[in-house]
Design a protein around this ligand. Structure first.
Ligand code: PRX
Length: 678
């Protein structure tokens, strides 16, 4: 996609410039072993059979009690699935597999240092560890069903153990990405009303053992400032019995888990039988404005959806070795490292560190050693591995039957490298389109039923019925060659239930735009607004163009423009800030920051550094800008709105278009010269 097209995404009804790509077909070998080869699935999950058709999803799970009502719409648009059903997610991911698979690997943890052996946890071992920790959470931390807990941990086995222990009790977990700052953790802890937070003392990243525990103090302080006191900080240790962090413990608040756990050795906790529609977890995600939104996911609907899509789109069988190289701190990790694969008794691999450490052959060595046969990653990682180690994969003897790309659009060129070099021409690829809010995939090819088309996510997942609307709510037909706002006509079990503590924002952000009647209890009146622009090709495949709003997708992670901008404004000298996405070869997009200063201040390197530091401290290193430009003034409309689009064009060296109607057109050329240097 050219930069021009990317920038035009912010306007509805975009013309479409790219050419159609050739199809690639799955091998007969793949098809012969696939979980889903029945094309009748689309009819079974048609709108005529809605909502009862989703029983097929829920039947992949073990229920204490079946539901009475498949879909309850009485509180529209807060949909409730499988109402009356009783279930436990921890039981479904562990206990029910023991009879057949207790000695099978559930989790394989690969530490970043290559001289540290990988760790295998069988289903029986996972069972024991989850039970012991659940006992600690209940009896030491005093947690019970419905309480919230914030977890700020890196990629270590103790993270899924913690999540599953919470799920066993019905405690709602909120995992904050390990790379985020202590402040981000504290704000999320406060928003969710967590009085317990769970940390890891340290973890490896790029060869260094980082002190993570220091973030806990900041998190507690920030939470307190926002009115939430943290009673207990439970700290797992990377090396139990040894301190890997220099940050002192706070007496009476901080506890090393390995020490407290001694009292819970061998303890068992019966899984709590919970209502299907009770919350399983919160996952915070950035929006355009305001604070991050705590997306609330249910137990029954979410787990049914994660299990079904894992089985039929990821094609996971219990005997597969599945590796999703994402972080559990994002929704991908929740659905497709933890809940989906474990609900199917698969072996799920988790890797602690950086994919290119100590060299770009690392992922392929891991795949060879563990005999991984399903691989799942994001375009940003693919681009990076292609850049730094384009010839590495053939050096290793691994064979993937299936690969996934997720999180952002993938360029057809990059897709072809992934297919030919990483997949050795043998693997099928699914390009899965979805969101934190949707719990699981919305669009993807069914790997044994559809050919692949580079750069296109594919048709909708069975049971999902998208529609593309223009700004006025007219449907744009498939093959019209126009992009529009992709929405989903119908509710589905994986969809989030609400924004924690902010139902109004949930309704206004996701359901208001194309709602046909605000008083209606009929789901047909409430299409789900994804906020993405997409094109529907004649063959039924969707090509996703990106966010309609101003969120910047960096390396597959969504960052709110407004969040970044408000963070710049915490620097004393800064008067105005505008953040725009700039194309980056590796990460897809990164933020470029434009700031103007308060009167009396002069442009200096020191101020630029302060801006970068404020971003790193408040949001995390992931949001580090490519450049900070201190400009004399922002290009503005006459009503005073900053024209981000003009700045984005300058950053991306594309045409700024007609700027004569701006309040200060002369500043555009001044900024352009400053940035582009000619
Ligand atoms: O813009 C879409 C893009 O990522 C957004 C969702 O981001 P997040 O909630 O962080 O979830 C990421 C993991 C699902 C979407 O609104 N996106 C996601 N998958 C794709 C995509 N864009 C194009 N193609 C995809 N396969």
């Amino acid at each position: 996609m050219s930069e021009k097209e990317i920038l035009e995404v912010s306007e509805a009804e975009i013309a479409v410039h790219w050419q159609e790509e050739e199809y690639f077909h799955p091998s007969t070998r793949f098809i012969a072993q696939a979980n889903m080869t029945d094309a009748g699935i689309f009819d079974r999950l048609s709108l005529d059979n809605f909502p009862e058709c989703f029983k097929e999803f829920a039947d992949l799970l073990s229920w204490y009690k079946y539901w009475d009502k498949t879909l309850d719409t009485s509180d529209a648009p807060c949909w409730k699935w499988f109402v009356g059903g009783k279930i436990n997610a921890s039981f479904n991911c562990i206990d029910r597999h023991l009879a057949k698979y207790k000695n099978k690997a559930a989790l394989i943890f690969v530490p970043e240092p290559e001289d540290e052996q990988h760790v295998v946890l069988t289903y029986q071992e996972l069972y024991v560890r989850v039970n012991e920790f659940a006992a600690l959470l209940r009896d030491f931390a005093g947690l019970k069903a419905g309480d919230r807990v914030t977890i700020h941990m890196p990629m270590v086995p103790e993270l899924p153990i913690t999540m599953l222990a919470c799920a066993r009790l019905g405690v709602i977990h909120s995992v904050v990405f390990g790379g985020f700052s202590g402040k981000a953790c504290g704000e999320r802890a406060a928003d969710s009303g967590s009085r317990v937070i769970i940390y890891m003392d340290a973890y490896y990243r790029n060869g260094k053992l980082l002190d993570h525990k220091q973030n806990a103090d900041i998190a507690c302080k920030v939470a307190k400032e926002e009115g939430q006191s943290i009673d207990k900080v439970l700290i797992w240790r990377r090396y139990p019995g040894n301190d890997s962090s220099d940050t002192p413990m706070v007496e009476g608040r901080d506890f090393f888990v390995d020490e407290v756990l001694k009292d819970y050795s061998g303890k068992r906790v019966a899984p709590v039988q919970l209502p299907a529609e009770a919350p399983l977890f919160l996952m915070y995600t950035s929006g355009t404005t305001g604070k991050p939104k705590g997306c609330q996911h249910s137990i029954g609907g979410y787990l049914a959806y994660a299990a079904w899509t894992s089985k039929y789109i990821q094609d996971i069988h219990p005997e597969d070795v599945y590796w999703c190289m994402a972080d559990i701190g994002w929704i991908t990790g929740h659905s497709y490292i933890v809940y989906g694969p474990l609900s199917l008794a698969a072996t799920t691999v988790m890797y602690e560190g950086v994919p290119t450490f100590p060299d770009p052959g690392r992922p392929w060595r891991i795949a060879e050693k563990l005999d991984v046969n399903i691989f799942h990653t994001a375009p940003t990682a693919i681009r990076m591995l292609r850049k730094v180690g384009p010839d590495e994969p053939p050096k290793y003897d691994y064979h993937f039957k299936h690969m996934t790309t997720v999180g952002e659009p993938i360029e057809p060129e990059v897709w072809r490298w992934y297919h030919k070099v990483v997949g050795k021409g043998e693997a099928v690829i699914v390009d899965t389109y979805w969101q934190t809010e949707t719990g699981g995939f919305l669009c993807s090819t069914m790997p044994a039923l559809h050919p692949m088309k580079p750069g296109s996510a594919g048709p909708a997942v069975p049971g999902i019925h998208p529609v593309i609307y223009d700004e006025d709510g007219n449907e744009i037909e498939a093959g019209a060659g126009k992009a529009g706002n992709i929405c989903i006509r119908n509710p589905w079990p994986g969809a989030f239930q609400t924004i924690w503590g902010d139902r109004d924002r949930y309704v206004s952000t996701y359901y208001e735009k194309y709602c046909k009647n605000k008083d209606s209890k009929n789901w047909r009146d409430w299409p789900y607004f994804t906020g993405d622009a997409a094109v529907h090709a004649e063959d039924g495949y969707y090509r996703i163009l990106g966010r309609i709003d101003d969120v910047i997708n960096v390396a597959g992670h969504r960052l709110g423009t407004k969040e970044l901008e408000s963070c710049c404004l915490t620097v004393e000298e800064v008067a105005e800030a505008s953040v725009v996405p700039v194309a980056d070869e590796i990460k897809g997009r990164v933020p470029d920051i434009y700031v103007s200063l308060k009167p009396g201040y002069k442009q200096s390197k020191e101020i630029e550094d302060k801006v970068v530091m404020s971003i790193e401290k408040t949001i995390g290193k992931i949001a580090r800008p490519k450049h900070v430009y201190i400009v004399p003034d922002m290009p503005k409309t006459r009503s005073g709105k900053i024209m981000r689009r003009v700045l984005a064009a300058i950053s991306n060296r594309t045409d700024v278009g007609d700027v004569t109607t701006l309040a200060n057109p002369e500043v555009v050329e001044e900024i352009r010269q400053m940035v582009q240097g000619d």
